[in-house]
Design a binder for this molecule. Structure first.
Ligand code: NAD
Length: 489
């Protein structure tokens, strides 16, 4: 390692950035937003509403209808009728045209989606613009291609759709999770009732508008905004044949209990506590970028975040040194500023959880570090944080924090790295940083994780299956495997 990159990093840290705010006038948020049932927006049957706020400022953005049992019944009835009468009988090539249309409209309205996502979720515009929205469009494009080729998906000669899919999604990637759920379900010939998370309903409603714009037949996609009770009512509805859930392990377990014995097909994408493993022969600069992206991307609100750094003891000091200097250059603040690396925490509840676990880390004896960084006065904010001296029994090494908090552990041998990486009830993802291909293969066979990245992290592609096992859930989303969850083969 020469001194040039270090010098360059220090220089960058000294730069004064002029603000580069993203204009918000591309977005029109209506003050009141209805449920999307049978192709139309309408208030909840009992007229209930709730507010969604901008987590960066705590300013209310809009009122949103809160679905109750009667609305769930209406949405499932609309989806059932659309399934029986329109979507199932429609040839795959025709279904594909709608999916292509939705994908293209997402691209055309990309700026609008990105700004709305950052306003409602708090994530940096750079990420919503460059990751969430393009990947959402890519999912619709990808699955549009499968709609008329289902018999070649390796799932039997004549795979059949299941019926109505009840889909419940979280707040960390609101539009992208909606795309992950809707695109394969629709391609396979199912109709959908989607329930977005209560803190981030707006891009799912914009996607509903896109469905209208694409001329999607009424009832094929329905969007019910509301809280956990609406999600629970949807999952339990007898008219739903397939349940797909992304969110916390606790709720995932409750859903598995509800669905057990009903014959409904279920996929669960739950939490994680991924190990990002750095060996002494790893290219340090790339590894540091991978560590930073692994835990600070999307404020660490990522189920597959590399929240446990396992670094080989012999290089721990230089790697941590470099990591701290890199983290000092991250810019926290206005999510709509194009310079921002770390945006707002999505809700006060989540902020409290991150604070509580970080305090537990200190109390249990780990050493806490954050760069000097001024947090905005209003809104929900947490600085990038690194804990060293973490032992495997610490809560911060075991529990999902779902925030910008990295726990660092060390190892000496590959065997110890594997043992520590696997010492978690989760099994979603892992990362390996090393110069040796043979070591990557040796490790990836032993790591109990659904996804293993090598010399990279947090890479997603619609063609690649994603999912975990053990407490991280079951089933796969993405790729050909993602179709299996929506077909009776
Ligand atoms: P959550 O599981 O409570 O909520 C996710 C979705 O499920 C939301 O739409 C919610 O309204 C709905 N829901 C809640 N209770 C339900 C029930 N009983 N039946 C059906 N649906 C229900 O997650 P959260 O409160 O948003 O976050 C809590 C924790 O979950 C986080 O701290 C994090 O650890 C984890 N999480 C994981 C992911 C992931 O991608 N795996 C995403 C978000 C949160």
């Amino acid at each position: 390692m020469t001194s040039t990159p270090a010098r360059a990093l220090e220089d960058i840290a000294d730069w004064a950035y002029a603000p580069a705010p993203q204009a918000t006038d591309v977005v029109r948020i209506s003050p009141e937003n209805g449920l999307f049932i049978n192709g139309e927006f309408a208030p909840a049957a009992d007229g209930r509403q709730f507010a969604t706020v901008n987590p960066a400022t705590e300013a209310p953005l809009a009122q949103v209808a809160e679905a109750g049992q009667a609305d769930v019944d209406r949405a499932v009835a609309a989806a059932t009728a659309a399934y029986e009468l329109v979507w199932r009988p429609m040839p795959g090539a025709e279904r594909a045209k709608y999916l292509y249309r939705i994908a293209r409209i997402i691209q055309e309205r990309a700026r609008e989606f990105a700004v709305l996502e950052s306003l409602d979720n708090g994530k940096p515009i750079r990420e919503s613009r460059d990751v969430d929205v393009p990947l959402a469009a890519a999912h619709f494009f990808y699955y549009a291609g499968w709609a008329d080729k289902l018999e070649y998906a390796g799932l039997g000669p004549a795979p059949r759709p299941l019926g109505v899919a009840g889909q419940v999604i979280p707040w960390n990637f609101p539009l992208l999770m909606a795309a992950w759920k809707l695109a394969p379900a629709l391609a396979a010939g199912n109709t959908c009732v989607l329930k977005p998370a209560e803190t981030t309903p707006l891009t799912a409603l914009l996607l509903a508008e896109v469905c209208q714009q694409a001329g999607l037949p009424p009832g094929v996609v329905n969007v019910l905004t509301g809280d956990g009770a609406a999600g629970a009512a949807l999952v339990a509805h007898p008219g739903v044949s397939k349940v797909a859930f992304t969110g916390s392990t606790e709720v995932g377990k409750a859903i598995a209990r509800t669905v057990a014995g009903t014959g409904k097909k279920l996929t669960l994408e739950l939490g994680g506590k991924a190990a990002n493993i750095v060996f002494d022969d790893a290219p340090v600069d790339q590894a540091v970028e991978g560590i930073v992206g692994g835990i600070f991307f999307n404020q660490g609100h990522v189920c597959c975040a590399g929240s446990r750094l396992l670094v080989q003891e012999s290089v721990a000091e230089p790697v941590l040194d470099r990591l701290r200097r890199r983290v000092e250059t991250l810019r926290l603040g206005d999510p709509l500023d194009k310079n921002t690396d770390i945006g707002a925490i999505n809700s006060r509840v989540q902020l409290d959880k991150i604070r509580e676990l970080s305090q537990a880390g200190e109390q249990e004896g780990a050493e806490r570090w954050s760069p000097p960084c001024q947090l905005p006065e209003r809104g929900f904010w947490f600085p990038p944080t690194i804990f060293t001296g973490v032992s495997q029994s610490h809560r911060i090494a075991r529990e999902e924090i779902f925030g910008p908090v990295l726990s660092v552990l060390t190892f000496r041998t590959p065997e110890e790295a594997v043992a520590k990486a696997n010492n978690t009830p989760y099994g979603l993802s892992a990362g390996i940083w090393t110069d040796k291909g043979s070591r990557i293969l040796w490790l990836s066979r032993r790591l109990r994780a659904g996804v293993v990245w090598a010399n990279t992290f947090n890479k997603f592609d619609p063609a690649s299956p994603f999912g975990g096992y053990r407490e991280s859930g079951y089933g796969r989303e993405g790729g050909r495997h993602g179709l299996a969850a929506y077909l009776d083969a």
